[in-house]
Design a protein around this ligand. Structure first.
Ligand SMILES: [Zn+2]
Length: 196
């Protein structure tokens, strides 16, 4: 797997939804790195996020489901950061993931441990449960205290999402910050040349 050659964008470590949204990134030059581009890579991504146990093997159907949720999530985050209404189909997709499986941990009894709540689900539902957790994180993030600080990286063509740590910081990494400053000064030079 080719990994994204950038440190995680601010907020990604705390939010599964941002981790999924940022699992595809457009690099300067226009090429894309996609961490979910094969069933094996999608499996490795889920394991790395703690959403699937070691030894899990995704089928391509599951990989496509995860990619579909990512596309819906990116559309919702994109419209949110632009201040526009989300596409109804993207909201439907996210809500399907949110409600496809029960999210409450059932009550279990064993003579040793007594009553306890345990998340148990058959292997066939690992991806559905992972997607439900990601969708739950997204719904919480988009309606929570950090919603107003969500941004998409300002250094085109980078298209990662982040939670702004400073009011004026609109880029996902130092590298993108440097590129954005260079882009801006180039634009200023062009503007000046036009005026002169
Ligand atoms: Zn960036």
């Amino acid at each position: 797997m080719t990994s994204v050659p950038l440190p995680p964008a601010p907020g990604t470590a705390a939010h599964l939804s941002l981790a999924l949204a940022n699992s595809v990134v457009t690099l300067p030059g226009g090429s894309q790195i996609d961490e979910l581009d094969t069933p094996d890579n999608a499996t490795a991504w889920l394991i790395a996020q703690g959403l699937a146990p070691e030894g899990t093997g995704l089928l391509s159907y599951c990989q496509q489901q995860l990619e579909g949720l990512r596309a819906d999530l990116r559309r919702i985050l994109g419209s949110h950061t632009e201040g526009s209404a989300p596409a109804p189909s993207a909201l439907e997709g996210l809500n399907r993931a949110l409600t496809a499986v029960p999210s409450a941990a059932p009550l279990h009894y064993s003579p040793g441990a007594g009553l306890e709540r345990v998340h148990t689900h058959p292997l066939s539902r690992i991806v559905a449960h992972a997607m439900a957790q990601i969708a739950e994180d997204a719904a919480g993030l988009l309606t929570g205290p950090d919603a107003g600080r969500l941004a998409s990286c300002a250094a085109a063509p980078c298209d990662r999402f982040l939670i702004r740590t400073h009011a004026r910081r609109h880029w996902c990494s130092e590298r993108c910050g440097a590129r954005q400053r260079a882009n801006r000064s180039y634009a200023r030079k062009l503007e000046k040349a036009r005026v002169d």
